[in-house]
Design a protein around this ligand. Sequence first.
Ligand code: PGA
Length: 251
Amino acid sequence: MRKNIVAGNWKMNTTVQEGVALAKEIDAALAGVTPKCDVIIATPFTHLVSVVNAIDTNRIGVGAENCADKTEGAFTGEVSAKMVASTGAKYVILGHSERRAYYHETPEILKEKVLLALANGLTPIFCIGEVLEEREVGKHFEVVKAQVEGSLFNLSAEDFGKIILAYEPVWAIGTGKTATADQAEEIHAFIRKTIADKYGKEVAENTSILYGGSCKPSNAPELFAKPDVDGGLIGGAALKADSFMGIITAF
Ligand code: PGA
């Protein structure tokens, strides 16, 4: 059966020292509870080694927020999937809407990144989601379908089974405006059906689909209670141990 997962996405926040302190605080808080979900924190590249060494990685999985679409070589400033894996990180967020919008990551580029992540043993947390104008004209279903098809449907069923999906409506990210639990459930169920049509019911039922976009302790219980919402990808509320723990314990 699929896992419930709460993953923090720190984005471009915290120094290494602040990040290590935050990771330790979350680790200590988790030591006292048995969460009903897997817990992941995705940090800037600079933090990965230090965070991996500072916490119990059986309790918290560590991930990067991106990786290169090339294997290695003359790509100044890029960080490869192999380098990410060599830090001890196990996950990588790919296709976040901020990467798509500000760094022009196309479905083709993301397809390469997914393949390289998988080849290096990393689990991609693959983000999809529509912008407000697309939702307003009812195009959100076709947009997320195209995003999944464009970067993931080249995978074998076995490899697709390694992917974690995160549905993040762009209009809800960092805006304080959350999708209602019913809106989330409607599109999560649609995404699962899209996967079932391609890979069969079993693969679809085993795929964790997280919700992201202004998720916080107050709205997480209602969102996570929906049958097709398997957890959350958390931005702002992941930057404080108590709010992140409040979301983890929503399960
Ligand atoms: P938010 O970000 O929780 O701050 O809205 C979520 C994300 O972008 O992953």
